[in-house]
Design a protein around this ligand. Sequence first.
Ligand SMILES: Nc1ncnc2c1ncn2[C@@H]1O[C@H](COP(=O)(O)OP(=O)(O)OP(=O)(O)O)[C@@H](O)[C@H]1O
Ligand SMILES: [Mg+2]
Length: 501
Amino acid sequence: MEAAPAILQMKGIAKRYPGVVALDGVDLEVRRGEVHILLGENGAGKSTLMKILAGAVRRDAGTIALDGRECDLATPRAAQAAGVSIIYQEFNLVPHLTVAENIFLGREPRGQVPGLISAARLRTDAARLLRELEVTINPGAVVADLGVAEQQMVEVAKALSVEAKILVLDEPTSALSDKEIAQLFKVIRALRGRGVALIYISHRMEELFQIGDRVTVMRDGRYIATRDIPQTTLPELVSLMVGRDLTEHFPKKAVPPGEELLRVEHLSRTGALHDISLTLRRGEVVGLAGLMGSGRTELARAIFGADPVTAGRVTVKGREVKVGSPRQAIGLGLGLLTEDRKRQGLVLCLDIRANTCLASVDRFSAAGVVDGRRETAAAQKLTADLRVKTPGLHQRVVNLSGGNQQKVVLAKWLCCEADILIFDEPTRGIDVGSKVEIYQLINRLAAEGKAILMISSELPEILGMSDRILVMNRGRIAGEFTAAEATQEKILHCALGAHAA
Ligand SMILES: Nc1ncnc2c1ncn2[C@@H]1O[C@H](COP(=O)(O)OP(=O)(O)OP(=O)(O)O)[C@@H](O)[C@H]1O
Ligand SMILES: [Mg+2]
C-alpha cells in the first residue's frame, strides 16, 4: 500500500531555555489520515515541539512545512488559520466562563464580549459538539464547577469546533474514565477517517497500540526513531524511549506489617460515601481500586479533612480524632497527594525547592527559623531520586514539563514527616521509566514504617504494588482482596458492582 503524503514536515527544530536544551534539531513527519504517536520520557521535549507547531512557542531554528509548503506559524492565530488545532496537556480553559464560552473563546465576532453575543447561538453550537462526543455537560455550566474529566471533554470539544487539518492531543486521557477514553477514541477514528492527521501524546503505553498508526520516539530533545505500530513491540519502544531495557516494572518488596496507624469506621458523607471502614498498618501499601466516580478521591479527601463527613470515626495511632481540616490532618501525620496537581498540589510560581519543602516547614525549622541548607539538601536528594529533569532547584515549577511537575508534587509528600500517606494516582503523566523509580520510593517508604493508601486506575499498578486491595463502587467498599488472591478480573467485577447490584 502506498503511504499517504506527508501533511506535516518539521525539520531541525531547535529550542533552548536558560540552562535547558529543550529541542536539539528534531524532525517529525506526519501523514494525512494517520494517528501519529509522539513518545518520550518526561522532559524529552514533546510538548515543546507541539507548542512550536501550534504557534505558542517560537523556535530558535528549523523549518515547518504544511502540505509541502513552508509556513512560519509565528502565532497561535496563524497556526489555527493554517489548520493546526491543539489540546494542551495543561488545561487551557478560563475557569469563570461557561462551557460554551470556553469552546468558542477568541472566535466570536471581534469587539464583542463573550456572553453578550448571541449566547443562545453559542449554547446550541456547543451543545451539538458535546452531543457528538456523547457527553452530558451543560453548555451553560461554569467551567470552574466541572470535574477534571469534564474539563478535559470541554477541551476536546473546543479543539473539534475548528475545522482542523492537524489535531494535536497532548495527554488527553490522563484524567478520563475508560468509558470517556473509548468515546474519545471513537472521535479520533472518525476524524482520521476524514483525513485529519492526529498527533497523540500519552504515557499510557497500552493506548499507543490501540489508537496509533505510527510512532516517533524522542529522547533528551532529540529525534530517535519512527516506527509503524504493527511492526514494533512494547519492549522495543520502551528501550528506544529510555535508552536501556526495563526488566522489572513492579519491583514490589513486601514488608511485614506493624502497628495500626489508621482506622476508619463507618465513615459516611451524604451522597458520596457510605459506611466506609478500613485500616492501614505500618509497612503496608493498600491499593484502592474502582472506576472513576466510585468515590475514591472523595474518601481520600474526607480522611484528610478536606471535605466534612456526616458520620463515622477516625482513629490515628490509637487515638480517636476529628480531622476538621487538611492542616489538622498534616499535624496528625497524614499526607495527601492529590490527583489534580495544578489546582491543589503545587505553587507554580515558586521554585522546586520551595514546593518540595512546602509541607515540611516544621521539619526544617527550629525556634521559628528555617534551616535553608537542610531544605536544599532534602530537595536535592529527592529531585535526584525521582530524576526530575531540571537545570537546578531554583527552576520555577511552571517551567517544568508536565511529568516533572508531578514528580515535584510527589517529592513534597516524600519530604514531609507524614507517616500515613494517601497517594491519588501517583504515576499519572509519569513515563514508564520513572514509574519504576516511584515504585521504588513507595517500597522505601513502606520499609521505613509508613502506611500508604494508593488510589490508582491502572490495575497492573494496583496488582503490582499493593499488599491488600480495596475496591470501591458507588461510594462503598465493594470488596477486599489480598495481593495473592486478587486478579484483574476479580477487581473489575467488583468495581462494576456485578454482584452487588
Ligand atoms: N518555559 C520554559 N522555561 C524553561 N524550561 C522549559 C520551559 N518549557 C519547557 N522547558 C524544559 O524543556 C524540556 C522539555 O519539556 P517538555 O514540556 O517539552 O517535555 P515533555 O516531553 O512534554 O515531558 P512530559 O512527558 O513530562 O510532559 C524540559 O526540561 C522542560 O523543563
Ligand atoms: Mg508534556
